[in-house]
Write a new protein. Structure first.
Length: 276
């Protein structure tokens, strides 16, 4: 009799596993929808588990970016085929990274402390932001779009480096387009690495204030926008301190993370009440 009960329980567990769905709502916030030549768009995302099975996500934002996050042309999603490189990068999260955590059904996660380069190379065509879950399983956002433009002007503000890789040549530049001005890290061409110029968005700037840059060593720079200042970390390629009008990444991330934590608490409360 005990053997029969055990067998029935195993069948029921298998049926529950087979019925579990893996799905997510990927909310992408692009901090501007135009790019200049040799620039990738940047932003952040909130991931809500809308399925019935837990989703494994990298604990660390850097691991997530390198092992799970990708972008695809929307028109080629159906052509996506298994690739050993994706599985290799995914496994590295466990072997050399910080590992995974389980995002429970109905809960939302927001990564902080890092911006994500997304949408590079897709100007003029729609693309999706995708999350890899291993074994050729992908979760995709709704289609997005950015437009490549010709800037009105570019002003070099300072030559910068991280204090370690002195051959890694970068400039901070202010790029103006219509009624916007943005700060960029401009990575200069390197003949040894055979690399070309690349632009990485940092933050918006005021339209008319004089921008001043002070080095504080070890890749840390204090950037004055008129009477206000920001702290920029070249190693993270982002602001680590600054007012909300400049630190658009930090402002959105903080607000969206607070909402996610509040929503998650409510989800857990309802689940706990349902078990009583």
């Amino acid at each position: 009799m005990k053997k029969m009960i055990k067998r029935v329980m195993m069948v029921n567990l298998f049926q529950l596993f087979a019925l579990a769905e893996t799905n997510a709502l990927i909310e992408v916030n692009l901090f501007k929808t135009w790019v200049i030549k040799d620039e990738s768009a940047f932003g952040n995302l909130a991931i809500k588990n809308t399925g019935t099975a837990a989703i494994l996500l990298a604990r660390d934002a850097f691991d997530f970016m390198n092992g799970q996050l990708d972008t695809w042309p929307a028109s080629r999603i159906a052509e996506r085929i298994p690739d050993a490189m994706y599985d290799w990068n995914y496994r590295e999260i466990t072997f050399d990274g910080g590992g995974f955590f389980e995002l429970a059904p109905e809960e939302t996660h927001v990564y902080d402390g890092r911006k994500f380069n997304i949408g590079g190379g897709f100007s003029g065509e729609k693309f999706v932001v995708s999350i890899y879950l291993g074994k050729n399983v992908w979760l995709d956002s709704e289609p997005l779009a950015v437009t490549e433009v010709v800037p009105d002007s570019e002003e070099k503000l300072a030559a910068i480096n991280d204090g370690v890789n002195l051959h890694f040549l970068c400039d901070l530049v202010a790029v103006s387009y219509k009624n916007e001005r943005w700060l960029y890290k401009k990575v200069l061409p390197d003949s040894k690495l055979k690399s070309g110029v690349r632009y990485y968005t940092v933050c918006p700037l005021s339209l008319s204030n004089k921008i001043r840059v002070e080095s504080h060593g070890n890749g840390i720079y204090k950037i004055w926008d008129g009477d206000t200042f920001m702290i920029y970390d070249i190693r993270k390629s982002m602001l680590v301190e600054g007012p909300d009008e400049n630190d658009v990444l930090g402002k959105w991330t903080r607000e969206r993370k607070r909402k996610a934590e509040s929503d998650n608490a409510e989800v857990r409360r309802k689940k706990a009440e349902g078990k009583k």
